[in-house]
Design a binder for this molecule. Sequence first.
Ligand code: CO
Length: 135
Amino acid sequence: MLPYNIDHVAIAVQDLDQALDEFRRQYGVEPIRREVVDEQGVEEAMLAIGGSQVQLLAPLGPDTPVGRFLERSGEGIHHIALAVADIETALAHLANTGTRLIDETPRVGGGGHKIAFVHPEAFAGTLVELVEVAE
Ligand code: CO
């Protein structure tokens, strides 16, 4: 069940175009993928850096999880995503350790990967996403 990579660190932003322009200007990194994920109420962009990625998340509206996060906390780090080989096994392990989960079963996230969120109350107020990377 050990995570084998930090798949991405996600940063919530108000304006995705502006954030991508700024990231490009500062770090010279272009997005490898950009998509609307209706189910999560976000538009996301992935920026590959070495074996990991930065994910920029912009809300599709104020009444979405990321919209409410921005209202509450402003722009900044939203979650970290740990890559696991088998997400069902990882979720079963966490459930066995009494870890509070947001998703007890995986759903399909951006890029077609299986994902599940662990409640921020479980560890240091940090929202953790598990990702089983689709080949
Ligand atoms: Co993510």
